[in-house]
Design a protein around this ligand. Structure first.
Ligand SMILES: Nc1ncnc2c1ncn2[C@@H]1O[C@H](COP(=O)(O)OP(=O)(O)OP(=O)(O)O)[C@@H](O)[C@H]1O
Length: 333
């Protein structure tokens, strides 16, 4: 049983202009929940200005709703006592788009890892803190000896993002809100970071709200997709249904906007347009084969072995690649 974060029928209205007479409804009639009986991953997909950041601030308790309420573990976040708030602050963690903004450039990256452990009384000594930090750093795929003791600018963007994930994990959260966690990371690391997030869910029962503009990665990790447009939920459902049987014209338009290159043109690994779907397809092979990549639908790609660039791939090879890629995608979810 994991704890539940619940948004019930929330509006967020911002006032602007002279005397606050101009009203901007950033969120309208929003209801969603994560966690509860079993942990879950929900993706919230929306374009710029759809209200994603406002939603994250609302979920973190930084933005008060104009109507409706947010509940954590059945209690309204707005009315929590000090002890409740403290628990909420520890158990609901966020990971942001650009971790560089979060780090203080004058402190080594050990600082934002040790401080919350001390503040929440989770460790009794510096040695205990370092033992936990090293273990967690390793879990997000970094080497403690190459990471700790460094300043933020001495790490790559992907390393900084993984340190932020480690920081969230150290606090033993119930729920993680990930706000565009891979949009600043280069393509080759995107899958790795999404996989780390997915493993937190699978291995530690942490629920995840993954906020993104990218339908393909949403489909990759989430079981439920919420499509947000101008502050309203346009469509919500199981990821497969939303992607393969979209009901709302806006969702259809989003899916159509995912680039789908000519299936007759083989891709190679250096193709800069290769995205999540291609990388997943590649995972179906052991990497020893030369591969050409094809999109089969907007969000799925297959990899087929080929001998030399430009050579046409046989239908049989594609068929085999399709079945193997499907198998890979089934087991990855
Ligand atoms: N503090 C604020 N005061 C007034 N209006 C705001 C405020 N914050 C957000 N808005 C407005 O609310 C709407 C939603 O903004 P929000 O930042 O949540 O969108 P977003 O989906 O996160 O966009 P992006 O992906 O570009 O960050 C926009 O119209 C924005 O101008």
């Amino acid at each position: 049983m994991s704890k539940q974060l619940d948004v019930r029928d929330v509006d967020v209205v911002f006032s602007g202009g002279f005397g606050g007479r101009i009203k901007n409804k950033a969120l309208s009639e929003i209801s969603l929940s994560v966690g509860g009986k079993r942990p879950s991953i929900t993706a919230v997909v929306g374009e710029s200005g759809s209200g994603k950041s406002t939603l994250i601030r609302l979920l973190l308790g930084f933005q008060a709703p104009s109507r409706g309420a947010v509940f954590y573990d059945g209690k309204p976040v707005a009315g929590m006592d000090a002890a409740g708030q403290r628990l909420f602050r520890r158990e609901v963690q966020a990971i942001f788009q650009d971790p560089f903004d979060v780090f203080n450039p004058f402190y080594k990256i050990d600082h934002p890892l040790i401080t919350p452990l001390n503040n929440f009384g989770l460790v009794r000594s510096r040695d205990e803190a370092y033992a936990r930090i090293e273990k967690t750093i390793a879990r997000v795929g970094l080497r403690p000896e190459e990471t700790l003791g460094k300043y933020p600018h001495q790490l790559s963007g992907g390393q900084r993002q993984r340190v932020m994930i480690a920081r969230a994990l150290l606090l033993e959260p119930q729920i993680i809100l990930a706000d565009e966690p891979v949009s600043m990371v280069d393509a080759s690391l995107r899958s790795t970071i999404l996989e780390i997030l997915f493993n937190m869910y699978r291995e530690e029962s942490i629920s995840l709200i993954y906020v993104t503009h990218d339908l393909a990665t949403a489909y990759q990790v989430a079981e439920t997709i919420v499509v947000l447009y101008r502050g309203q939920v346009m469509e919500v459902g199981a990821a497969d249904d939303v992607i393969h049987r979209p009901r709302h014209p806006y969702t259809k338009a989003l899916i159509e906007a995912v680039p789908s290159p000519d299936p007759d043109v083989p891709w190679d690994l250096d193709n800069p347009e290769a995205g999540e779907a291609e990388r997943r397809a590649l995972a179906a092979f052991d990497g020893s084969t030369r591969l050409a990549l094809f999109r089969t639908d907007p969000l799925r790609a297959v990899a087929a072995p080929y001998d030399s660039p430009g050579e046409r791939v046989t239908a049989g090879a594609i068929q085999q690649a399709v079945s193997e890629a499907r198998l890979a995608s089934v087991s990855a979810r």
